[in-house]
Design a protein around this ligand. Structure first.
Ligand SMILES: NC(=O)c1ccc[n+]([C@@H]2O[C@H](COP(=O)([O-])OP(=O)(O)OC[C@H]3O[C@@H](n4cnc5c(N)ncnc54)[C@H](OP(=O)(O)O)[C@@H]3O)[C@@H](O)[C@H]2O)c1
Length: 267
């Protein structure tokens, strides 16, 4: 099969488009023919081995063979199923994340665990579906399983224009929160369109200064160190981003609600 691979850490120049063996299906896996994948911050971090900690997990001098194909999200069609798989059948359109499954979305085929996949709603194209899993589940974890955001709470989302932040704004609104989005000037209007009640241009206003208090601050963008302490003073709980405590809820119980929300929007 064709895949985009990397055998050394570095800039996107180290990526190669080449032929590699098609992965071998295990009894408890699903072979997905990948129609679309998406690039996430995770791919950037792994590609560049930045932060340095990546090297302890994925290979010190170069990425280990099992991490040499990036891509944490996939959308595609089930091509084959292992003999123990009951959740899907050949021909099902599915989408899901591969981050906890060894990545590998930037390839023609991916052997995935069924617990990280769900059925793709017909209303979503493969490209749209592939943009959902990793970023949206990260946002959902932060808001629902870690912060337990309640209706009426004041939630500030720093980095609201990014991959995770755009989902966080929408999910926080769906949970009934009063949402303040922090982003650059060009993204103020898009943030409003996503549902933010208030917007702050970070170039003009330091949200950690002033009197405004929030029940929750979710940071999907690193704060300058002198802002961090001030931000803590502005909220009861300061959440950096959801994935740190990903095990707070079983992963396969997380994507399903997102998928359902998508379906509800169809109606
Ligand atoms: N994407 C994922 O699936 C994922 C999964 C787990 C963890 N994470 C982590 O979550 C964090 C965010 O990831 P991401 O994918 O959302 O990144 P991203 O798409 O690069 O978004 C980051 C956003 O931060 C904004 N920003 C830049 N400077 C800012 C500032 N001074 N104040 C407020 N916002 C600022 C930018 O908005 P403007 O364009 O408006 O400047 C940008 O859209 C990263 O730490 C990442 O490692 C991501």
């Amino acid at each position: 099969m064709k895949a985009i691979t990397f055998t050394r850490y570095g800039s996107p120049d180290v990526l190669k488009y080449e032929d590699v063996p098609t992965p071998t299906l295990a009894d408890d896996q699903v072979l997905v023919k990948v129609h679309a994948s998406s690039a996430n911050a995770a791919d950037w971090h792994l590609l560049r081995a930045d932060p340095f900690l990546v090297r302890f997990m994925c290979g010190f001098t170069k990425p280990q063979a099992k991490y040499q194909i990036l891509g944490g999200d996939i959308a595609g069609v089930v091509e084959a199923i292992g003999k123990n798989v009951t959740e899907f059948k050949v021909g099902d359109a599915v989408f899901g994340e591969t981050f906890d499954d060894g990545l590998g979305g930037f390839a023609e085929y991916k052997c995935a665990s069924p617990k990280y996949l769900v059925a793709k709603p017909e209303s979503l194209s493969f490209e749209e579906a592939a943009a959902v899993p990793l970023a949206s589940v990260t946002a959902l974890h932060g808001l629902r399983y870690i912060s337990n955001v309640q209706p009426g709470q004041k939630v500030l989302i720093n980095g609201a224009a990014g991959g995770v932040g755009t989902y966080a704004v929408q999910i926080a609104k769906a949970l009934g929160a009063e949402v303040t989005a922090v982003c650059s000037a060009r993204n103020l209007e898009p943030a409003r369109e996503l549902g933010a009640d208030h917007v702050i241009d970070y170039a003009k206003e330091n949200f950690t200064k002033g009197d405004k208090r929030y029940d929750m601050i979710l940071c999907y963008q690193r704060l300058p160190s002198d802002w961090r302490l001030q931000a803590r003073a502005h909220t009861e709980r300061n959440i950096r981003h959801g994935r740190r405590r990903q095990q707070a809820a079983p992963r396969n119980h997380v994507l399903r609600p997102v998928s359902l929300d998508v379906r509800q929007q169809e109606v």
